[in-house]
Design a protein around this ligand. Structure first.
Ligand code: MN
Length: 338
């Protein structure tokens, strides 16, 4: 899409909100913070609003203490939103992905210019402008591209580079998933030129386990993991009670879904996480197995071919039991009613 009109609009100082999806990950927060710093350098006023808390292991990101959390400060966030002329939607492409924050956005009376920057499949059409590419590794990559297209790469600095590098690293599994393109390495290299210590960033992102978390993973793998050999699928579940017993915080569940893919005979990994009113479900896959289509068809979900999410309103037991039924339907062929 031609973004020149938007770049023209951004030649004048604007009041801009940067919104990320629920349970924001490193790509969402890194992209939003880098975008905030960029827009402020351009003379704009920018506020990052996340629907709920991001994990502690992102606290090192520059300006992470300036993220407004809607769930905890709904009034403040709404007051900010009512002042805005422009809203960026970062790392998501459907209003339902920001839940209550989306309801507040839809209540706004003032007109605002809307921009989506995203890399998830099947975007809803709710913004005036979009930089959308589902072959991009991450929203961080697209934020870099956005700044490049605007002709502003000279405004990049070490803090912005660190946020974007971290977003790309997290969404590519540290440059190992199939979304790791030559362009990803080129941009990562360009970002490193700002003096990034990649080992320091890696330690900050990954080597942050508490003893409880590592022991919990041991418990999950020995006591909870189930394997369905005919569908090369492994699944695990985390109940609210277990999360409490092991004192898990938000970030502690991150990445766990990937672990069963380390097995030679497993192509699909599923993690069910019990929440107050629903079961949250994460899917990961290898190669050509498309868990995005699977989660979209059976779990009101979406995301990427090899990494997607969804949910279920059934009990945890029923949800687990249904998995095998859905896998059978999925592998028997496409739904002809679609
Ligand atoms: Mn992302």
């Amino acid at each position: 899409m031609n973004l020149d009109e938007l770049f023209q609009y951004l030649q004048t100082p604007r009041k801009i909100a940067l919104l990320t999806h629920v349970r924001p990950d490193g790509d969402a927060i890194g992209s939003a913070l880098a975008m905030k710093m960029y827009l402020e350098k351009k003379g704009h006023t920018a506020h990052v609003i996340a629907p709920d808390d991001f994990p502690d292991f992102l606290d090192w990101m520059p300006q992470s203490n300036q993220v407004h959390v809607h769930l905890r400060n709904r009034k403040t966030c709404f007051a900010i939103l009512t002042q805005m002329e422009c809203i960026f939607f970062l790392d998501f492409n459907a209003m339902k992905r920001i839940e209550l924050l989306g309801e507040d956005v839809q209540k706004l009376y003032q007109p605002f210019v809307s921009v989506m920057i995203d890399h998830h499949r099947e975007p809803d059409n709710f913004t005036k402008y979009r930089l959308w590419d589902d072959t991009a590794s991450s929203t961080a990559e697209l934020v870099y591209t956005f700044i490049q297209m605007a002709g502003d790469l000279q405004l990049l600095d070490k803090d912005m580079a660190a946020c974007l590098y971290a977003g790309m690293a997290l969404d590519t599994g540290v440059f190992q998933y199939s979304n790791t393109t030559p362009k990803v390495h080129q941009i990562a290299g360009a970002l490193m030129e700002y003096g990034l210590q990649v080992d320091t960033i890696h330690n900050a992102l990954y080597n942050q386990y508490g003893e409880n978390r590592l022991r919990f993973i041991g418990y999950l793998l020995t006591q909870k993991m189930q394997i369905i050999p005919e569908y090369r699928t492994a699944y695990m579940s985390i109940t609210m009670k277990e999360a409490e017993q092991f004192s898990l915080s938000i970030g502690d569940k991150e990445g766990i879904v990937n672990i069963p893919l380390a097995m030679r005979d497993v192509d699909i990994a599923v993690l069910f996480t019990e929440d107050k009113d629903k079961i949250k479900i994460s899917f990961r896959s290898k190669g050509e197995v498309n868990v995005e289509a699977f989660s979209r068809r059976f779990y009101n979900g979406g995301g990427h071919k090899n990494a997607s999410g969804g949910s279920s309103r059934l009990s945890l037991e029923e949800t687990e039991r249904n998995l095998q039924v859905h896998l059978a339907a999925y592998f028997s062929g496409p739904d002809v009613s679609e």
